[in-house]
Design a protein around this ligand. Sequence first.
Ligand SMILES: O=C(O)c1ccccc1N[C@@H]1O[C@H](COP(=O)(O)O)[C@@H](O)[C@H]1O
Length: 218
Amino acid sequence: MPSAINVKICGLTESADVPAAILAGARYLGFNFFAKSPRYLAPADAAFIAGTVPEGICKVALTVNADNAFLDALVEVVPLDMLQLHGAESVERVREVKARYGLPVMKVVGVAVPEDLAALDEYGTVADQLLVDAKPPKGAVLPGGNGLTFDWRLIAGRRWPVPWMLAGGLTPQNVAQAIAMTGARQVDVASGVESAPGVKDADLMAAFCAAARSDGPI
Ligand SMILES: O=C(O)c1ccccc1N[C@@H]1O[C@H](COP(=O)(O)O)[C@@H](O)[C@H]1O
């Protein structure tokens, strides 16, 4: 019997999103600290919302090319279980962040063409998890959260030495097919479970988790 599918719902902006996401079946909750995102949360607000998350649910901070001053202040106020590095952070920077904060680090790699896959092998030697996302279009304001898929055939059957998640344009409608095509056991969604940019929808979160589970029981 296949193991459970873990769902990460990313970019929660309201306190009510926490129980709704957990009830839906999410195991990871993401808080977005990229200021240009419609899902941005100020650290003080995130501290309050994250404080309501029960034990056993992984609280993830999404950051983009954040420096030590930013991360120092963030980890000081927000209770966190994992750091998601969604920018152009180098392998060395991933190593440094892991050592400095003592938190697991999930490094994101954007994929559009076969040549992008080499980075997954490199980061897989240092990150605790990998997040395989669609590469943003040139000139995009957001390095993720654009609701874009990539060609899942590129990673079909690929494996890395650390756990990994699939992201990019996942929705309740396509997540089961994405899982079937890639073999992902963890999936991450932001815009696909929203009624408007930055507004999570409880019914969509429930539908997404149910569709993800349809590939294998939780
Ligand atoms: O969601 C955002 O606004 C965002 C901003 C900056 C970097 C990453 C962001 N989101 C991450 O991208 C994936 C995929 O998003 P989507 O499902 O395609 O909308 C999301 O799960 C976040 O981890």
